[in-house]
Every structure is written in structure tokens, then in C-alpha cells.
Design a protein around this ligand. Sequence first.
Ligand SMILES: Cc1ncc(COP(=O)(O)O)c(C=O)c1O
Length: 508
Amino acid sequence: MQDRRQELGDTSPEDFRKQLHELADWIADFRQNLGSLPVAPNDKPGAILAALPAEPPEVGEPFGKILGDIDRDIVPGMVHWSHPMFLGYFGWTTTAPAILGEIITAPLNVNAMTWRTCPAATELEMLVVDWIRQWMHLPQGFGGVVYDTASVGVMHALAVAREESAPSVRKHGLVGAGAPVFRIYASEQAHSSAEKAAIALGLGEENVQRVPTDAQFRMNPGAMREMIARDVRDNFKPLAVIATVGTTSTASVDPVPEIASICRENKLWLHIDGAYGAGFAILPENKSLTNGWSEADSIVVNPHKSLFVPLDFSVLFVRDLERLRRVFTLVPEYLRGDTVEAQKNYMDYGIQLGRRFRALKAWVIFRSFGREGMAARLREFVRLANLFADRINSDNGFELVAPASMGVVCFRYIGRDPAFAGSRPSPSARPAVAPYLTGRPNESDLDALNSEIVERINASGRAYLTQTKLRDRTVMRIGLGNVLTTEEHLRTAWEMIQETANELNREK
Ligand SMILES: Cc1ncc(COP(=O)(O)O)c(C=O)c1O
């Protein structure tokens, strides 16, 4: 009987200690050797699944065997986002303090739904969120809540906007409350989470109106003003504007102060999507980035993108957080005993009840680096991106299609056709941005070439880039933001891009 009970409990403390040591070595080895792994697998879809037993385990297996299978089947099937040659999406990084923060969180495993269910988790979240508020130069009236992602953040923000504009929607629903057809405005470069939020909130995807951008992919506020006026004439109800600080493709920054004044005139909710870019406000030289932010109703920042916290960790700030609580508080009887009204119960600030202790990892990281440490690293990412942009500008076969911004560089291979190359202005005389994106006879061939360069490089496992579309043209894109990426890595990536382009040229 005694033996059976021991079997039912956890791993013995001695064995667990051994496993932890083994895991510590595994993690340290992984970090040390990461640069020599392929960045991405080149397997056919289903290959990993096919290598793993389809039947669930009937009896327990030893940790050593599980770890061995991770080495054999899982690690080779991964895109290694922390690899120094991973240059896709937005800069992404793993750091030692971040890993330690995640590890410390695991054994605590609390549910931070109310203050009572874990006071330390709640109060640390309040503290960390307030540190971020200070770094973002937001006035004290802004309060924040940690969600998993910015997509969830914007959905909650727009739910509050909707409730404030049609106060009984929470109770009666859109139809029951006789709500008007709301309209939301975001630039044509804004993230698709705007539409996802509109879908989830019953506002309708089509009612997210996309506003044109200027040559540097920033929202054109004049065009938005006209769209709002037209919508009012057509009996729509303008509800909210999403201004982006660091757009997904080019990291462009919308003119927030002008947008804020249009919101003020028209009594619209202003949401700032700083999922990527807001983190750069920790650099003193970027203080002007925050102009107009204090006028926002809500702002989202993803420390899991630009402030070194591992996925997932996104903060939604609302000017007067009580506005968010009013829309989402709902205390069922079975939780009433766990609720202390005077304390912060984070379950009241969103649809999620169970909540991880996310603040702990952020606290470990922020303390380990300090603002200065994070700022210095962000500065280095920007320096590397600018170096890369210089390389592009010095090669006649390529062009920069947007200004390098916050570590993001978008560029296009334009071929080595001597007839065309001859007609190009010298690098110093070229405008930094978009006009090059239109008007060549062979643009769609170039689209295919740019896409093929990215595909080939990614398939090689030696580097990882992304492609995006700007003004309907396919362009290549890199995002610098990994502490392991050096000038040397970048030089290798650039040579690969040039070689692949030349190879494709020869194959034509
Ligand atoms: C500007 C912007 N906003 C929002 C998002 C969505 O972020 P999340 O994955 O946290 O929902 C992204 C994702 O890349 C983004 O680039």
C-alpha cells in the first residue's frame, strides 16, 4: 500500500533534482549550440507527426527518454526564432534572464484571477505594468492589464469603446440595444487584429475602414477625416481609430498627435497599437515617439516583441482602467468568497478567468537588464538594421522600399537589367522610399523573384527572412532584434541574398 502511494505522488525529490540538473545542462548546451542548428526545417508537412507515436501513452515513460525524443524529433522540426540568423517577422530574442524567469514561474503555477487567489501575482502585475507605464511616459491615470496578445488587447479596448457609445450593448446585445452600424478606422498598413476584433465583437469586418498611407506608409489623417465625414453622412456611427506605432510590414509610425485631434473633434475612441513600436519609447532619444499618447483612450504594447519578455506578455493600458472593469466585471456566486472588492481582481478586466503569473518573468527580466540594458540592446538592433540598409543602398540591383525603422528593413530585388540599372539615380540621389515600387514594366516578374529569394534562403536552413506586400508589390523584409545576431551574421545574410538573386538571374 505504502509503495503504491509513493508511485501516485510526484517524482521523488532526489530524482527531480537530478532531472533539473540534466535539464540545466540541456538548456545551456542548446543556447550555446543554437547558431550551428538549421534555422528552419525543410520537411514536408506531416513529417514530424509521422515520426511520433500516434497512440497516447498507456504507462509513464522516464524523463530521459522524453528529453531524447525532443532532441531527435522536436528540435530538428522547429523554426528557431532565437537563432542568430532568424531575421523574420519582428526582432525576437531569448535571453538567459528570460529563460530563468520562465523556469521560476513553472513551480509556482498559481491562478492570478483575483487578488485573494494570489496576492503576490496580482500586486506584482500592478507593479510591472506601472513600470511599463512610466517607460511609455503615460500619465498616472492610465492603468494596465496583462493579456496574452495585442489582438486580445484591441478586442477588449473596442468592447469598451462600443459600450461607451451604445451603453446597453453589454446587457442587451447589439440588436437588443438598437446599436448603430459602427465604423472603425485604421491605416491600410495596420494589423489584421483590427478586423479580428470587429469580427469577435459583432461589429463586422467590413466596418473596419482602411485609411490610405503616405509614401512612408504612415496614415494620412486628412483622408481619414474625409472618410469619417462621409460615413456620418451615410448614417454610420464612427466609433474608434486605431493609430499604429510600428506597423507590421515596415514599422512605420502614424502621426498620432494629428489623429488624436481628429478623435477629439469627433469624440472617437483612440486606440494606439504599439504592439511592436511602443517598446522603443524606453530610449530617451525616442521621447517624441510618445507625443499624443496621453490623449489615447487605450494603448497596447507587447513586451514580448520589443522588451525582451518571452511570448506571451502584452499590456493593454486604458485611460482610467475602471472603464474596462465596468464592461467586464461579472462575479459569479462561486467566486464571491474569493473577491475582495477593495483589491484588484484581474478577472474583472477581461474575458479570461484563469490567469498565469506572467508578471514574474517580466519582473526578473526588467530587473536583470534595467532600462539602460534594454535600451542599449534596442539601439544595437537599430544600428545593425541601418548598416543593412546601407548595404542595400550601395547595390544597384536592390532598393530600399521603406525607411529602415526600429530594426525593420524592407527591400526589393529589382534585377540586374543594365537598361534599367543605368536609369537609376545614384544611391546618394535616391529618395529613401516607396516611389521605386511602381512603374516598371516587369514588376510582377520581380515579385516572383523576390518571393523565390526568400523561399530558397528559408529552405536552405541557413537564414530566415520574411516577405510582405507593399503597394501590392512583393518585397523582402528583415527584423533585427535578437541579442545573438551580430554584424557578421548580417554580412552572411546579405551575401546569401545577393548570391541567391544572382543564381536566379542566371537561371532565367
Ligand atoms: C502592429 C501589430 N499589432 C498587433 C499585432 C498582433 O500581435 P499579437 O500576436 O500579440 O496579437 C502584431 C503582430 O505582429 C503587430 O505587428
